[in-house]
Design a protein. Structure first.
Length: 390
């Protein structure tokens, strides 16, 4: 289950801002928009608790303190944090209520309390107030991105910026190539059931793929297959090519000869693998600095997920098809290795078309009020930079 934090209004306007991910405009207009942002959080959780004001203040203070220190928060510490003249018994009673609601829990080794995933979710959806990113940080991001001259370098720079500013892991998917043009494909035999596919798209961009086939194909058979595909698909949009392949294999399979079927199946493998967009990640080692993530077994599973990419890509794919800022907290991701982590993401756009998604991965006790505007600003400025390079 995913949850979304969205902007409700802009300072100085009486209306609503329809989304966090508006298409990239001029750098100046985007910077002005970012500086003017005043964001609240709309409750979007299934949780419908009518939490008393006192309990809300205690939960907010407890989470703020825990995010800052990483240590369980006791009643005396919370009393000092709140600055209210409340008896320890009153604070303990409210904390007990919060615990019974599932918002906080007590670690076995401490009498203090820590937030649960449900507590963080209520906090993010209901209590969090997000401040706009300061002009100095916005200008730093814009200047760093303006130094790059190719899309891949822009993506790498954005990932490094996210990591450097937040001191967590930054991740950015490569711009979507779904609308690139098919130029040609070549198939080269490698072994009994393996074929090297060389796909050339757009401005002579070359992609290599290893395909597994059900039987051995000779070099002449593979040449026939590539000639057939190049003749009927050259110059067409990759998305259109894949849609045609799928339709043809379903509707005219019985009328295809062996060569045509082989060509269609291998082309589908090439384009299917190309649709699985890759990503660039920076700052993974920053996560080792957080006590809750420094367990060797947890780190191994987390870094395995980063290296294999499949699970992270699945999460990012969910984000690119949703509007605005997306926040996964702990087990909400559905992947066990991310149970102690949160991920804050936003799509980036070029000419109004979503091209990819970027985000920050860190511990669940991240400073959401700081990370959200950083992710939002970077997405908008990356989109503007890519738009400028087009």
């Amino acid at each position: 289950m995913t949850h979304r934090v969205r902007q409700l209004s802009l300072s100085g306007t009486g209306g609503t801002d329809p989304c966090w991910h508006s298409s990239a405009g001029s750098a100046k207009s985007i910077i002005m928009s970012l500086l003017q942002r005043r964001t609240d959080c709309q409750a979007m959780s299934d949780t419908t608790h009518d939490l008393p004001d006192r309990a809300q203040r205690m939960l907010r203070s407890l989470i703020d303190r825990y995010v800052r220190d990483g240590q369980p928060v006791g009643s005396r510490t919370l009393a000092r944090e709140l600055g209210l003249d409340l008896s320890p018994a009153t604070i303990r009673n409210v904390m007990s209520d919060l615990e019974s609601l599932g918002f906080i829990s007590s670690p076995h080794t401490s009498a203090g309390r820590v937030p649960t995933v449900q507590g963080y979710r209520f906090f993010v959806d209901t209590l969090l107030k997000v401040q706009p990113l300061d002009s100095r940080s916005i200008e730093k991001i814009r200047l760093e991105l303006s130094l790059e001259h190719t899309p891949i370098h822009l993506v790498e720079s954005a990932s490094s910026l996210l990591s450097g500013i937040t001191h967590m892991a930054g991740v950015v998917t490569l711009p979507s190539h779904e609308h690139a043009l098919f130029k040609r494909v070549e198939f080269i035999p490698m072994s009994e059931s393996r074929v090297l596919a060389i796909l050339v798209t757009g401005e002579d961009e070359v992609q290599n793929r290893i395909l597994k086939t059900e039987k051995h194909h000779s070099a002449s058979e593979l040449q026939q297959a590539s000639n057939y595909l190049n003749e009927i698909f050259a110059g067409k949009d990759l998305a259109e090519v894949r849609a045609t392949l799928l339709r043809e294999m379903q509707e005219t399979r019985s009328n295809m000869n062996s060569m045509m079927m082989t060509a269609m199946q291998m082309a589908d493998q090439v384009l299917e693998s190309k649709q699985a967009e890759d990503f660039v990640m920076a700052g993974q080692t920053n996560l080792m600095e957080f006590q809750e993530l420094c367990d060797i077994d947890k780190l191994r599973k987390l870094f395995d997920a980063f290296n294999q990419k499949r699970d992270i890509l699945n999460l990012l794919d969910q984000c690119i098809h949703s509007e605005g800022i997306q926040i996964f907290i702990g087990e909400e991701s559905g992947y066990q290795m991310l149970d102690e982590c949160s991920m804050v993401t936003a799509p980036y756009s070029v000419d109004g078309q979503i091209m990819g998604v970027l985000g920050v991965i860190g511990p669940t006790r991240m400073a959401y009020n700081r990370v959200i505007p950083i992710v939002d600003a970077t997405a908008r400025l990356l989109g503007a930079a890519l738009n400028h390079k087009e």
